[in-house]
Design a protein around this ligand. Structure first.
Ligand SMILES: *[C@@H]1O[C@H](CO)[C@@H](O)[C@H](O)[C@H]1NC(C)=O
Ligand SMILES: *[C@@H]1O[C@H](CO)[C@@H](O)[C@H](O)[C@H]1NC(C)=O
Ligand SMILES: *[C@@H]1O[C@H](CO)[C@@H](O)[C@H](O)[C@H]1NC(C)=O
Ligand SMILES: *[C@@H]1O[C@H](CO)[C@@H](O)[C@H](O)[C@H]1NC(C)=O
Ligand SMILES: *[C@@H]1O[C@H](CO)[C@@H](O)[C@H](O)[C@H]1NC(C)=O
Ligand SMILES: *[C@@H]1O[C@H](CO)[C@@H](O)[C@H](O)[C@H]1NC(C)=O
Length: 275
């Protein structure tokens, strides 16, 4: 009888141990843990990136088009349109600026405060990617898609009250991309001092991070801030000037400029607006 009890007790302990290992993902066989090898050392062109189903070419050359005033009076449109994937952001228009920035848009990153509201700007071939910075941004999208009432409280600027994009055109950016841009590429601290506004990356840097994940070659156009000339145009459209950006407490432009300089110097990307 005692033998049975001991056997039952021992097998219970064993089962508990096995279950524990399975639940917590530890190694059942008591072998010293081996560092998981990162698989993304060299990405052969044939590997399928995320978003693959949205893209028809396997080996993609991408251009990320910033909204910088540096694109003004340049005629990069035709060059930009020649890329496989064209990533734009926010409400940087194509309409009326075709010569400067081209016509095609594969992905457009946006957030509720920055999305177009004029349906003339909708290109049915564009996938609009919501960059959610706060839980409210997801709620906003949900309310727009389900026809609910939009509560505009909690946005830093009045958000769009209707979507010019059809549901099939919309995706939500994996927050991993934003975290990677903030913590790994721009080296933002996880916690900011109480007297400082927490910084987040500009959509431009997030778009570059996305491009690094889905493209095999990344080129940039329209990325430039010149703070020694506060009257120079901030964007290639509209009338905003650099002074608007210099007052922005939510971005760390210094960190972004260092990052851009670094990836251009290392030839990770090519600066198309180079003159
Ligand atoms: C662009 O060209 C227009 C007309 O030629 C000129 O008035 C304007 O100052 C130029 N803008 C820039 C940023 O060079
Ligand atoms: C969308 O793509 C199709 C197929 O490539 C093309 O024929 C059409 O002109 C494009 N539409 C716009 C508005 O660019
Ligand atoms: C920035 O603007 C100033 C004043 O217009 C100009 O002298 C300077 O060359 C510009 N810097 C760059 C990097 O374009
Ligand atoms: C920019 O300024 C010009 C001239 O002052 C004005 O006609 C135009 O409507 C303004 N554009 C925007 C987008 O505010
Ligand atoms: C901005 O980034 C730079 C470079 O990473 C850093 O030295 C600086 O302290 C940051 N400034 C703020 C206000 O976070
Ligand atoms: C790209 O090149 C232009 C022209 O040399 C320069 O003014 C701009 O700052 C560069 N962009 C970046 C992000 O370095």
């Amino acid at each position: 009888m005692r033998g049975y009890l001991v056997a039952i007790f021992l097998s219970a302990v064993f089962l508990y141990y096995v279950l524990h290992c399975i639940l917590w993902g530890t190694n059942v066989y008591w072998v010293p843990p081996v560092e998981m090898k990162r698989r993304n050392k060299i990405q052969p062109c044939l590997s399928k990136p995320a978003f693959a189903s949205l893209l028809s070419v396997p080996c993609k050359k991408c251009v990320v088009v910033g909204n910088g005033g540096v694109l003004k009076n340049k005629t990069l449109g035709e060059k930009i349109d020649s890329y496989d994937v064209i990533i734009r952001m926010n409400n940087g228009p194509v309409l009326g600026h075709e010569e400067e920035v081209g016509r095609r848009t594969t992905f457009r990153l946006f957030y509720p405060e920055s999305v177009f509201s004029d349906p003339n700007h909708n290109d049915p071939n564009t996938t609009a990617v919501l960059t959610a910075f706060k839980p409210l941004d997801l709620k906003w999208l949900w309310e727009l898609l389900t026809g609910g009432k939009i509560n505009t409280n909690g946005f830093w600027k009045k958000p769009a009250l209707h979507l010019i994009y059809k549901p099939y055109q919309i995706r939500i950016l994996d927050p991993f991309i934003i975290r990677m841009a903030a913590y790994e590429l721009l080296h933002f601290p996880k916690v900011f001092p109480k007297n400082q506004k927490p910084k987040h990356p500009t959509t431009g840097i997030i778009a570059i991070t996305l491009a690094f994940h889905i493209c095999h070659e990344v080129h940039l156009a329209g990325f430039k801030y010149n703070f020694s000339d506060l009257k120079s145009p901030l964007h290639y459209y509209g009338n905003a000037t650099m002074s608007l950006m210099s007052k922005n407490a939510y971005h760390n432009v210094t960190a972004e400029q260092l990052f851009l300089k670094d990836i251009i110097e290392k030839n990770f990307v090519i600066n198309l607006t180079e003159d």
